[in-house]
Design a protein around this ligand. Structure first.
Ligand code: SF4
Length: 120
């Protein structure tokens, strides 16, 4: 038996309202998309939603107390809190360069966390 679900595509400012027809764990039809990226986004978002995580970590010896960081790739949405927990333990020391790896293989994802600004 098929069911339906709705998703907003966040790939561009059009924010198309996608209607998905589902058969169990499979997306069998997508409508409401204004371009061909919508169906691929809907399938990925429904089966394994991922995000780039942006946050801050503690830093000592800089003029501010938090260093902005992000993952260098997308990670499963279901483990964002595990990643945040690991990052809450990180304490950097200035200087740090933009792009420097802050934490390798966060939460076993194979994705690294990098600085998004330099702090001296
Ligand atoms: S379906 Fe295409 S046009 Fe619509 S929001 Fe997604 S990327 Fe933008």
């Amino acid at each position: 038996m098929s069911t339906t679900a709705n998703l907003t595509c966040i790939l561009c400012p059009m924010s198309c309202n996608l209607e998905l027809v589902l058969d169990g764990n499979r997306v069998v039809q997508v409508s409401g998309n204004s371009c061909k990226l919508g169906p691929a986004y809907a399938e990925k978002e429904f089966i394994n939603p991922t995000r780039v995580l942006t946050t801050t970590v503690k830093i000592e010896g800089a003029r501010v107390s938090r260093l902005p960081v992000k993952t260098d790739g997308e990670i499963p949405k279901s483990i964002l809190f595990d990643c945040m927990r690991e990052l809450s333990e990180v304490k950097m020391k200035a200087p740090v360069k933009n792009g420097e790896i802050i934490l390798k293989n966060v939460a076993g994802t194979g994705v690294n966390v990098v600085a998004t600004r330099s702090l001296t």
